[in-house]
Design a protein around this ligand. Structure first.
Ligand code: APR
Ligand code: PHB
Length: 391
């Protein structure tokens, strides 16, 4: 079968769905091609902190109703080292805040909106191939249920995550990939228990990093830094809670409620950027172009800023015939991506224990935490980055 649309979107994760929904609001047609099923995509548990810019895009896309009702506004976060803790007050330092709402729920809302608006989503696609991206007549081919299909289009958005095909379509001679792999992972659990604290706690300790996060009043998300050779099955719930409690302030550990985990997994930590983010009529967005370690909660938020730039460029093109926004896409998106990379790298370095860390390195970390604790300007720098840099 051969079809035609304005924008082919490869990948039905949050990036692809948000773009398709925003474009639809402006009367621009797209088709989303997803390798898996909706159920599979919605079974992935991801981070849960949204910048106000991300929330703004969800509102612009007209999919914020449930989020606006159920989300939690966070005006500050806690940093701890051993039993010492302090708050970084975003509200006071920046006038802004962050919103806690699970990425899985956000993706669920986007799927519901796309279905309600009759959006074209094709699941279980295989062998997606990008063709003639350097010409004015690009097209995408794919197989579904054993039949070959082709979609002619104006533009292609590569929203297919880190393991997708879009980035690979950019020739090696053009593509630069910059990467840093960290020598540890995060073991995360979800449990139907009230959160340990009203704010998130980013905890540095002699035994490694830990994070107390949440989804709602009776659903908590916790992480502990672990070895890359660890297997989640070797961590009993009991062992997890015990280790977590040793890394967070004693009063929080003492008062927290524990319970059975309903999900347990290990995620490796990496920083990765692909440059450029555009090749001819192909535009990379989100995890297809960059990965951040989760420490600054920037993964989804950086994907959302890419979508902001691409969406505005496409609207400018279709409404005014002006390709300036599209021409500037890679440069603008990358400028913000690199700042998110820097912040995530800084927070990761500040709070984790590194296997080859010298005594000097450790002293530097402790001095930096002490400086952050006592210095308003240092907190302000952190707060501005955490709530999200302007688009
Ligand atoms: N063809 C079609 N779809 C594909 C292909 C392919 N060849 N390869 C991957 N996909 C799909 C995946 O199944 C997935 O549903 O693309 C989607 C990509 O979604 P995500 O990996 O969630 O990436 P993105 O939408 O950019 O979201 C970024 O998710 O990974 C987190 O930290 C990240 O929060 C950030 C957000
Ligand atoms: C989460 O709630 O899953 C979460 C929160 C903050 C982070 C990372 C993950 O920095």
């Amino acid at each position: 079968m051969t079809m035609r649309t304005q924008v082919v979107i490869i990948g039905g994760g949050p990036s692809g769905l948000l773009l398709s929904q925003l474009l639809d609001r402006k009367g621009i047609d797209s088709i989303v091609l997803e390798r898996k099923t909706k159920e599979y995509v919605l079974s992935r548990i991801r981070a849960g902190v949204l910048e106000t810019g991300t929330v703004g895009l969800m509102r612009q896309a007209d999919v914020s109703e449930r989020m606006d009702k159920e989300c939690l506004l966070h005006d500050s976060t806690v940093i701890s080292h051993g039993d010492e803790q302090f708050s970084v007050n975003f509200k006071e330092l920046t006038g802004s805040h962050v919103v806690v709402y699970g990425q899985t729920e956000l993706t669920r809302d986007l799927y519901a909106a796309r279905e309600e608006m009759g959006g074209q989503l094709i699941y279980n696609v295989e062998n997606v191939t990008i063709n003639d991206a350097k010409t004015d007549k690009p097209y995408v081919t794919y197989d579904v249920d054993g039949s070959e299909n082709r979609i002619d289009c104006d533009y292609i958005a590569g929203c297919d995550g880190f393991h997708g095909v879009s980035r690979q379509a950019i020739p090696h001679s053009v593509r630069r990939e910059v990467e840093k792999v960290y020598p540890f992972g995060w073991l995360g659990i979800l449990s139907e228990t009230p959160p340990a604290h009203e704010e998130l706690i980013y905890a540095s300790s002699d035994r490694g990093f830990a994070l107390c996060s949440m989804r709602n009043a009776n659903l908590s998300r916790y992480y502990i830094q672990c070895s890359l050779t660890d297997n989640p099955d070797d961590w009993s719930d009991e062992a997890f809670w015990q280790e977590l409690k040793r890394r967070i302030p004693a009063d929080v550990a003492h008062n927290m409620t524990t319970g059975p985990s309903i999900e347990k997994s290990i995620a490796p930590l990496r920083s990765f950027v692909c440059e450029p983010m555009r090749w001819g009529r192909l535009f990379l967005c989100g995890d297809a172009a960059h990965i951040v370690p989760p420490t600054g909660a920037k993964g989804l938020n950086t994907a959302a800023s890419d979508i902001h730039y691409l969406y505005n460029g496409l609207v400018q093109f279709y409404q005014a015939g002006n390709s300036e926004g599209l021409d500037q896409y890679s440069e603008k998106a990358l400028a913000r991506v690199w700042k998110a990379e820097r912040f995530s790298w800084w927070m990761t370095n500040l709070l984790h224990r590194f296997p080859d860390q010298s005594e000097f390195d450790l002293k530097m970390q402790l001095a930096e935490i002490a400086f952050l604790k006592s210095n308003r300007e240092a907190q302000s720098v952190m707060a501005q980055n955490y709530v999200g840099l302007p688009y």
